[in-house]
Design a protein around this ligand. Structure first.
Ligand SMILES: [Fe+2]
Ligand SMILES: [Fe+2]
Length: 171
């Protein structure tokens, strides 16, 4: 496997691991603050991010590279509120989308068309991830932070209504 591509994929392993950790921290905070629906959404999201990490690990190894498991930075454990927390989620997903785009760019530059093709799944996934975060923020704007009970019930329904994309986990 191309060394530069291997290195950038391993960076992504680290970023997905941190994403999972970050959403787990948010889930835990939401649970303690009395937002069970929000917590549930974030717990599932944390699992999805771990699945993303696994996809990168397996792909690197399958292609003859060596996956490197990172040390994971401690995520923040306190958040100012549900809305600002989801603003963080959107910001983080945009950052991840940028880094996926960097992978696409490097693959083209290095003429690694196999990885270029493989990573398209993540390009599509990131569109969905950003849309989900935006939909939630729109709901929060609509309801205002005064009706958090309704929001929390709603977000719970959102997760159970959406078919679980993590189920297959096919790499
Ligand atoms: Fe991810
Ligand atoms: Fe994500």
């Amino acid at each position: 496997m191309n060394k530069k591509v291997e290195a950038i994929l391993n960076e992504q392993v680290s970023k997905e691991a941190y994403s999972s950790h970050l959403y787990l921290a948010m889930a835990s905070w939401a649970e303690n603050e009395g937002f069970p629906g929000t917590a549930q959404w974030l717990y599932v999201q944390a699992d999805e991010e771990r699945m993303h990490m696994l996809k990168f690990v397996k792909y690197i190894n399958d292609r003859g590279g060596k996956a490197v498991l990172p040390e994971i930075k401690k995520p923040p454990m306190k958040f100012a509120g549900v809305k600002s927390m989801f603003e963080e989620v959107l910001k983080h997903e945009r950052y991840i989308s940028d880094s996926i785009n960097e992978i696409v760019f490097l693959c083209a530059q290095e003429k690694d068309f196999t990885t270029h093709n493989w990573v398209q799944w993540f390009v599509t996934e990131q569109i969905e991830e950003e849309t989900n975060a935006r939909t939630i923020l729109d709901k929060l704007k609509l309801l205002g932070e005064t009706n958090m009970y309704l929001f929390d019930r709603d977000i719970f329904a959102m997760r159970s209504a959406t078919p679980d994309t993590t189920a297959g986990g096919e790499a």
